[in-house]
Design a binder for this molecule. Structure first.
Ligand SMILES: Nc1ncnc2c1ncn2[C@@H]1O[C@H](COP(=O)(O)OP(=O)(O)OP(=O)(O)O)[C@@H](O)[C@H]1O
Ligand SMILES: [Mg+2]
Length: 362
């Protein structure tokens, strides 16, 4: 890490905590200390009195102790900050590559705003606009229908399911308690009923007892990774049961199910022998597709806003050529777009290290 990068890193903490950047003279003193200059050499270089620089150093160390909670001196300044940087990098790598890692918050996005790269987005500030689909889903739920949200891998189904649960209290005309269950984490029907009862807040039961208990509740049940219901451990019974509880305007359950394939192709047994079609028959399908060009542009612009909030010398701006490339290569697939933007942003940061200032738009 060079002295400028070290300053940007330290300054980002001040910005986050106080919404203020360090001053230009403080920046110069930090850079000088980083480059292992004496206070006299620093004062000569930046044209400030030696007395002033000698006072600024210790004052800065005190401020750093208050903001970062670490004790630094001129002697241990560089190794201590470098160690902090390393810690943050490995923490961030964990965020990036482990989808089960708790959601990254805006405050954590110190170096790249195009996150998360994997896993659902459950931080409302990082969830980007799925307004048309959200509107359609709430219109269906409010009309008494259940919903099957269908879309290809990593298109944003889980993220939208989470958003629907978050918005349910304000968007549902008659209130329902939102419950999110991810079948990926459940092995079989027993675990499904256990998790369901736990989430509803009732003691564990099944069959008629559960039906009787649920009559007292109005729930919006969001089930993610519904394809798991085709696996061993799940039978058609659980689907029949859910359908039975979700029929009718005032039914205890309203369902929103997420899967990669339509329900009737996931559960072809439903059409056999003229049986009723559990789930598919009561769920209106909403297809979750890629973002169109306007949405891609709005997404990029909103994420680049994060870099404006940061204490960078100049915010990063993607050129029109780059944006067109991102649109063409991602095809509007949110995760592909996120990864491509992440790489583009990363390359700006690399350039900044080499020739600060030249690589940025206005
Ligand atoms: N609305 C969104 N806002 C921001 N990023 C999104 C959004 N939707 C999808 N993404 C990006 O796509 C990635 C995958 O999202 P998500 O896990 O919700 O998709 P999925 O369709 O549920 O995936 P899977 O098919 O693996 O279950 C996220 O980590 C994020 O990078
Ligand atoms: Mg998912």
């Amino acid at each position: 890490m060079d002295s400028k990068a070290a300053f940007i890193f330290i300054n980002s903490f001040f910005w986050q905590k106080t919404n203020e950047s360090l001053s230009k003279s403080e920046e110069d003193v930090i850079c000088g200390i980083w480059e292992e200059k004496t206070y006299d050499q620093i004062s000569e270089q930046i044209n400030l009195s030696s007395q002033y620089v000698k006072e600024t150093g210790p004052k800065l160390f005190k401020k750093i102790e208050e903001i970062l909670g670490i004790k630094v001196s001129k002697k241990n300044f560089k190794p201590t900050i470098e160690q902090l940087w390393q810690q943050q990098q490995s923490e961030q790598a964990r965020c990036l590559f482990h989808s089960d890692y708790p959601t990254i918050s805006c405050a954590q996005i110190l170096t790249n705003p195009f996150l998360p790269l994997t896993g659902f987005v459950d931080d409302p500030e990082l969830f980007f606009d799925r307004q048309p689909e959200t509107r359609e889903i709430f219109a269906l739920l409010n009309s008494g229908s259940s919903v099957a949200l269908i879309g290809e891998r990593a298109i944003g189904k889980s993220s939208l399911l989470k958003a629907i649960c978050r918005e349910a209290p304000t968007q549902l005309l008659s209130p329902r308690q939102p419950i999110y269950l991810n079948l990926q984490q459940l092995e079989n029907e027993d675990e499904f009923y256990t998790a369901f009862c736990e989430e509803v807040g009732i003691s564990q039961c099944r069959g008629y007892l559960l039906t009787r208990e649920l009559r007292k509740h109005r729930l919006l049940l969001a089930i993610d990774e519904v394809e798991k219901m085709t696996w061993d451990g799940f039978t058609r019974k659980v689907r029949d049961y859910l359908r039975g509880l979700a029929e009718g305007t005032n039914a205890p359950l309203r369902l929103i199910l997420a899967a990669r394939d339509p329900l009737d192709s996931l559960f072809p047994d439903s059409q056999n022998l003229g049986m009723t079609s559990p789930l598919a028959g009561i769920c209106h399908q909403v297809d979750l597709g890629s973002w169109d060009e306007a949405t891609i542009r709005a997404f990029i612009a909103s994420r680049l806003q994060f870099s404006r909030l940061k204490p960078l010398p100049q915010p990063v701006i993607f050129t029109e050529e780059e944006v067109l490339h991102l649109i063409a290569v991602s095809g509007g697939h949110p995760q592909k777009l996120m990864k491509l933007c992440y790489q583009s942003y990363q390359s700006y940061q690399m350039i900044r290290k080499d020739c600060r200032g030249e690589a940025f738009g206005g």
